[in-house]
Design a binder for this molecule. Structure first.
Ligand code: AHR
Length: 623
């Protein structure tokens, strides 16, 4: 039995304590970003290659398609187009299909909004007109919804829009988007297409927006912040391939995309504006990173060349908070948000102390960026980056905020529950910007979070509650993966085109975030070697006390809380996540473990028998 005496005093819990870490790793295009068409603008591909046709296929045997470098590109950013050549005398239907991002959901009642650009590069002497047909269909050709789009044979690019609404839902996502035309109407002609786009309804109905079901799953965690755009994704394989904010703004026709860090091309349709708008809609606050002159090939920008990146970082921040009289604030206003977005935290780089090869951070990159940015934006908090918990390298100017990352096994997190207790209270604030149980204790890798790891993370997270006087934010990473396109495992949430699989670690994150309270209440101190950890917090306005109990043992343990309040409800409600060792939520078994609610008898003394491998919260009214 673990006796725990709770006191009425403690410290404030920051509103940012629990949030999300996001980068485009298995997760932006085809994930959070709601666009359904893969390779919509033929960005960053080599024309004429079969790779350039990724996700596209000719419709029927008489259609001839290829990706070409358009002689008159639709924009400087998008030089390529899909060319449909219709040989003279062809009859029937010609066109092409797209697979989506490993499938396309067809949902009854959804209004799908589409658009594309087309042109006839060799305009016929006599103008031709007709209509394109666009539809969603099964891979065997059953059409679920369709509409037509009129065309005329102009040589210049024309943008057209369309919408359709299926009347039935398909359980399978093995569906295609198709664009076709009656061959007889365009016989002997070539037509170029680009930026072929199709969106389902999006979160908050935003144009170029974010997937609804993933947003809802994240909203259900009530996250306090959103760290973006990386992670490694910020850094690029080379400085030239870094994430650069200015290439992600304005109309998507002006965004070139980039080869991201995780082996696939990022459209950058999910650009800085879309991130910020969604963060605002989700009532989170951004923790935004700026490129710090280091890329994953180990290359540091030379000291003499840093100014370009300092200017870029200043411009990026001005895009977020600058007045509309700045060039960057004016772009934001033109995109639809004249008012500045909220911004309190800016992270300078990512994992700059992961290896000593990045010693340039200590010698000039941190100082160059920190000095310039804090002079320009004295109201902002700048975060320095590191790799491992407890490792705080000496750099100058001394940072006030540190980002630490740790990926490990369950034992590390169980034994690390007191890692932050031993750190000095000297003004330095910590951000556990990435952490996750990535292997079993044996070292075996994990395809999905498993209960043993999730409960170990929960034990570690009691350390965040207890040390939230010096830990201002913490986020599990990575956040999302597409079941058919995964670069890193495990992830907090796995998704298919039409489903969301919440992991055991998701439920742990949710439990801590929903019940973080606003004040940490000091209680009996435990030891790192204990199988049971706990924390007590309260929501002052709601007069609620949250008692979290984490049992990392496989057998039950009893915790007896003694509460100091004058008035305590006689009954409480609780939530518990528990499952047999090894349990994972997977696409085949998405609900193998899920939290369950219960009620209990409350009072000045509360006895709770925590099941083996469990994370629980007990909620009582008290003041
Ligand atoms: O979360 C996956 C990767 O882990 C991040 O991109 C990087 O910051 C860390 O090494």
């Amino acid at each position: 039995t673990f006796p725990v005496t709770v006191s009425t005093t403690g410290h404030a819990v920051p509103s940012t304590l629990y949030g999300l870490m996001f980068e485009d790793i298995n997760s932006g295009d085809g994930g959070l970003y709601a666009e359904l068409i893969m390779n919509r603008g033929f960005q960053q591909v080599t024309p004429g290659t079969s790779a350039a046709l990724q996700a596209w296929a000719a419709l029927g045997s008489t259609s001839h398609i290829s990706v070409v470098k358009s002689s008159t590109a639709v924009s400087t950013a998008l030089p390529n187009a899909l060319s449909l050549t219709v040989t003279s005398g062809t009859t029937g239907t010609v066109g092409f299909t797209n697979t989506g991002f490993f499938g396309i959901p067809v949902t009854a009642g959804w209004k799908y909004s589409g658009s594309f650009y087309y042109r006839f590069p060799t305009s016929p002497a006599t103008q031709v007109s007709g209509s394109f047909t666009v539809d969603l269909r099964s891979t065997t050709g059953t059409v679920f919804t369709s509409t037509t789009v009129p065309f005329t044979s102009s040589a210049g690019w024309k943008k057209v829009t369309f919408s359709f609404t299926p009347s039935s839902t398909q359980t399978s996502v093995s569906n295609l988007f198709a664009l076709s035309v009656n061959a007889a109407t365009v016989s002997g002609l070539t037509i170029e297409f680009t930026l072929i786009s199709l969106f389902p309804p999006t979160f908050n109905n935003r144009a170029n927006g974010i997937r609804m079901d993933l947003s809802q799953a994240l909203l259900d965690m009530k996250p306090g912040f959103f760290r973006f755009p990386g992670g490694n994704n910020l850094e690029g394989q080379t400085p030239a391939q870094r994430w650069a904010w200015e290439l992600t703004v304005n109309d998507v026709v002006n965004r070139p995309g980039r080869l991201g860090d995780w082996g696939y091309i990022n459209t950058d349709g999910l650009g800085i504006y879309e991130y910020l708008q969604w963060i605002e809609d989700m009532e989170m606050e951004p923790i935004m990173a700026v490129y710090a002159g280091y890329s994953l090939n180990g290359q540091s920008v030379a000291s003499a060349d840093m100014q370009q990146y300092i200017t870029e970082a200043i411009n990026q921040i001005n895009f977020v908070i600058g007045s509309t009289s700045t060039a960057q604030g004016a772009i934001r206003a033109a995109m639809g948000h004249p008012a500045p977005f909220t911004l309190n935290y800016v992270e300078i780089g990512n994992e700059d102390f992961l290896s000593q090869a990045t010693a340039s951070y200590a010698s000039y990159r941190w100082a160059d960026l920190y000095n310039a940015l804090s002079a320009e934006f004295p109201q902002l908090n700048f975060i320095a980056t590191s790799a491992t918990s407890g490792f705080v390298p000496a750099i100058s100017p001394a940072p006030k905020f540190w980002d630490l990352h740790i990926y490990s096994n369950p034992n590390f997190f169980i034994n690390g529950a007191f890692n932050f207790d031993i750190l000095a209270r000297n003004g330095l604030q910590f951000f556990q910007g990435e952490y996750a149980t990535t292997t079993q204790n044996s070292g075996a890798s994990l395809p999905y979070p498993f209960i043993d790891g999730s409960i170990a993370e929960a034990a570690y997270m009691t350390g965040f509650d207890r040390n939230s006087d010096i830990v201002f934010a913490a986020s599990y990473a990575p956040l999302l993966n597409h079941v058919s396109s995964t670069q890193w495992t495990p992830n907090l949430i796995t998704h298919t085109p039409n489903s969301v699989i919440k992991s055991t670690s998701y439920y742990v994150q949710q439990l801590f975030s929903l019940y973080k309270g606003d004040t940490y209440l000091t209680s009996t101190t435990n030891t790192a070697s204990s199988p049971v950890q706990w924390s007590a917090t309260k929501n002052t306005a709601g007069q609620q006390v949250f008692l979290k109990v984490i049992n990392t043992a496989t057998t039950a343990n009893t915790v007896v809380f003694t509460l100091p309040f004058g008035t305590i409800s006689t009954a409480g409600t609780g939530t518990v996540l528990t499952a047999a060792s090894g349990t994972m939520n997977t696409p085949a078994s998405p609900n193998a473990a899920a939290p369950k609610n219960f009620t209990f008898t409350a009072g000045k003394t509360i006895t709770y028998n925590a099941p083996g491998l469990s994370a629980s919260v007990l909620i009582v009214s008290a003041h």
